[in-house]
Design a protein around this ligand. Structure first.
Ligand code: SGN
Ligand code: CA
Length: 517
C-alpha cells in the first residue's frame, strides 16, 4: 500500500514538474525590440496622418494590425542617448545618469533590462545604433555603429574590432539581425534589439529609392511659417528647415547646377566620403535631376525656396523610411518562416518623435507633441488583441517593466516605470497614471533648444524653461498644435495651479534632485 502511494506520488511530482518545466519554457517569450532613430509617428501610415498616406509603411503597420497601437506614448527626454538609456533602465535621465548626448558614457555598471534577462536564461544582443558612448554591457553579443553611424558603407564596432561593411546601413542591420537569429541557441529565449540608424539626419535614401517620391507633393503643415509668438524658447531654436538645414549635407544641393560638389557639407567623412566612386556617380546623376527644379526658382523668392526645401526634406526622409519598412517586413517574414511569430513579442518604436515641418522644424528636443510622442506598437499573438488601440498615457520608462512582466520576472522596485501589460489585456488599472514628467537638458548644444521640464496630462501641458524663467501652458484640446501659450492669461489660474502642483508631485515621486528643479 505504502510503496504504491509513494510510487504514485513520485509519478505525480515527476509529471507535474516536467509539465511545469515545459510551461516555463513556453511562457518565456522572445522579445524583438525594433527601434529606429527619429521616426516621427506622422510618417507611419497606421497612425493615419495625411503625410504618411502618401508614403505608406505597410510592413510596420502589420505589427499594429496584428497587435496594439499606442497613440499616447511619450519619451521623458526627447533626445537619442537619454531615451535609449531610459529604455535600458526603466528610469528617467536623472536616475540613470545619461541626461544629454554630449555626456560622458552611460554607466554600464548599473542594472539594465538585458542584464536581468541574461541572468534569467535569455540570449541578449544589440545590433545597430547604440550612441551611449561607453561600451555596451550586459549583452552576449553586440555589433554597433560608431556614434551616429553612417548611411553608406558604415563601420561596425564589436568587442574585438571595428570593421567597415559594404552596403546601405538599414539593409546591413537587417541582414546582421537575421544572421544572428540563424545562429542563436534555439533552446533559449532571446532579447534582441535591432536599432536602425535610419531615419536620422542627413536622410540618405538607398540608391533604389532615390527617385521614389520625386513626383509626390507632400502636405505642408499649417504652422510651417510659425512666428513663435508667445513662445520664447521656440523663437530661439536653430532647427528651422528653411534657415538651419545645411544646403549640401541635408538638402543635397550642389554648389552650381550640374556640378558634382555639395554646397555645404561639414562632415564629408560620414556622408559622401563613405561612398565608392560608382556610388557617387549614381548619387549625382539622381540628385542633379532632382535639383533642377531648385535652380529654376527665383533666388529672391524666400517663400518658394522654403517650400521647395520642405518637399526635398520629406522626399528624402520618407524614402529613407521605405527601407526601414522593408527591413521590418523582412524580419517579420523571417519570424513567420522560422516558426517564431507565435512566441515572439515584437515591438516597434523610435527613440523619440520628430518634426516634419511643424513649426517650420526638423529635429526634436522640445516637449511639444511631435517630439515628445514616440511611435509604439507591440504584437504578441494570443496575449495582445489584434488591432487594439491604447490611448492611456505611457512612457519609455515603462518598456523595461512591461517586458519583465511578460517574461514573468519581478520588476525591481527602483525601476520608475509601470508595466502596461494590463492595458493590453483589457484590465486598465483604475489608478493608471494621469500625468507624465519630462525634462530636457542638452543646452548649449545642437539646435539651441533651452533646458526645460514640465508635465502633461490628457488635456494640458505646462512647460518651464527654467534658465530663462519662462513658463508655457497649452490646452491641447483647443490648441493641438501648441501655438497659443496661455500661461498667465486671465482664467487659467486654476489649471495653472493644478498643473504646477502635479509637476512638483511628479518631481517628488521620481526623486528629482533639488538642483534639477
Ligand atoms: C547630430 C545631428 C543633429 C541631431 C543630433 C542628435 N546633426 O548631431 O541634427 O540633433 O545628431 O541626434 S548631423 O548633421 O550630424 O546629423 S540624436 O538622434 O542622436 O539625438
Ligand atoms: Ca534620435
Amino acid at each position: 500500500g505504502y510503496s504504491f502511494i509513494l510510487l504514485m506520488l513520485w509519478f505525480a511530482l515527476g509529471f507535474s514538474s516536467c509539465s511545469m518545466d515545459e510551461k516555463v519554457v513556453e511562457s518565456k517569450p522572445n522579445i524583438l525590440f525594433i527601434m529606429t532613430d527619429d521616426h516621427a509617428l506622422q510618417a507611419i501610415s497606421a497612425y493615419g496622418h495625411p503625410l504618411s498616406q502618401l508614403a505608406p509603411t505597410p510592413n510596420i503597420d502589420r505589427i499594429a494590425s496584428s497587435g496594439a497601437l499606442f497613440t499616447s506614448n511619450f519619451c521623458g527626454n526627447s533626445i537619442c542617448g537619454p531615451s535609449r538609456a531610459t529604455v535600458l533602465t526603466g528610469k528617467h535621465s536623472h536616475k540613470n545618469g545619461f541626461m544629454r548626448n554630449t555626456n560622458i558614457g552611460f554607466d554600464g555598471t548599473q542594472q539594465t533590462l538585458p542584464k536581468i534577462l541574461g541572468k534569467n536564461g535569455y540570449q541578449t544582443a544589440i545590433i545597430g545604433k547604440w550612441h551611449l558612448v561607453s561600451e555596451p554591457t550586459g549583452f552576449d553579443h553586440w555589433e554597433i555603429l560608431h556614434d551616429q553611424g553612417e548611411y553608406n558603407n558604415p563601420d561596425f564596432i564589436t568587442k574585438q574590432d571595428t570593421t567597415q561593411k559594404f552596403g546601405y546601413v538599414t539593409d546591413l542591420i537587417t541582414d546582421m539581425t537575421k544572421d544572428l537569429l540563424d545562429k542563436r541557441d534555439p533552446e533559449k529565449p532571446f532579447y534582441l534589439m535591432m536599432h536602425h540608424k535610419a531615419p536620422h539626419r542627413n536622410w540618405v535614401p538607398a540608391e533604389r529609392h532615390y527617385h521614389l517620391y520625386d513626383d509626390t507633393e507632400f502636405p505642408m503643415p499649417d504652422n510651417y511659417f510659425d512666428d513663435y509668438e508667445g513662445r520664447y524658447a521656440a523663437s530661439q531654436q536653430e532647427m528651422n528647415i528653411y534657415r538651419d538645414m545645411f544646403e549640401g549635407h541635408d538638402l543635397k544641393l550642389s554648389t552650381e547646377k550640374g556640378v558634382d560638389s555639395l554646397r555645404y557639407d561639414p562632415w564629408p567623412h560620414v556622408f559622401m566620403g563613405r561612398m565608392t566612386d560608382e556610388e557617387k556617380e549614381t548619387f549625382w546623376k539622381a540628385y542633379h535631376k532632382k535639383n533642377e527644379s531648385y535652380f529654376e526658382l527665383d533666388p529672391a523668392d524666400s517663400v518658394a525656396i522654403a517650400k521647395w526645401k520642405f518637399q526635398r526634406y520629406m522626399q528624402d526622409y520618407l524614402a529613407v523610411i521605405k527601407s526601414v519598412d522593408e527591413s521590418v517586413g523582412e524580419i517579420l517574414d523571417y519570424l513567420d518562416e522560422n516558426g517564431l511569430s507565435e512566441n515572439t513579442l515584437v515591438v516597434y518604436t523610435s527613440d523619440q518623435g520628430f518634426y516634419l515641418g511643424e513649426h517650420g522644424w526638423f529635429d526634436k528636443r522640445f516637449m511639444y507633441e511631435e517630439s515628445m510622442l514616440m511611435p509604439l506598437m507591440i504584437r504578441y499573438p494570443g496575449y495582445i488583441g489584434e488591432g487594439l488601440q491604447v490611448s492611456n498615457l505611457t512612457q519609455n520608462i515603462d518598456f523595461a517593466p512591461t517586458f519583465l512582466d511578460y517574461v514573468g520576472l519581478q520588476i525591481p522596485d527602483d525601476m520608475q516605470g509601470e508595466s502596461f501589460r494590463p492595458l493590453l489585456e483589457n484590465s486598465t488599472p483604475e489608478d493608471w497614471r494621469q500625468t507624465l514628467y519630462y525634462h530636457y537638458y542638452e543646452f548649449p548644444g545642437f539646435h539651441s533648444v533651452r533646458k526645460h521640464y514640465g508635465v502633461r496630462d490628457e488635456r494640458h501641458k505646462l512647460i518651464y524653461f527654467y534658465e530663462e524663467d519662462k513658463w508655457e501652458l497649452f490646452d491641447l484640446e483647443k490648441d493641438p498644435t501648441e501655438m497659443n501659450n496661455i500661461y498667465g492669461l486671465h482664467g487659467t489660474e486654476e489649471i495653472t495651479d493644478k498643473m504646477t502642483q502635479e509637476l512638483r508631485a511628479l518631481q517628488d515621486k521620481y526623486e528629482v534632485p533639488e538642483d534639477h528643479r
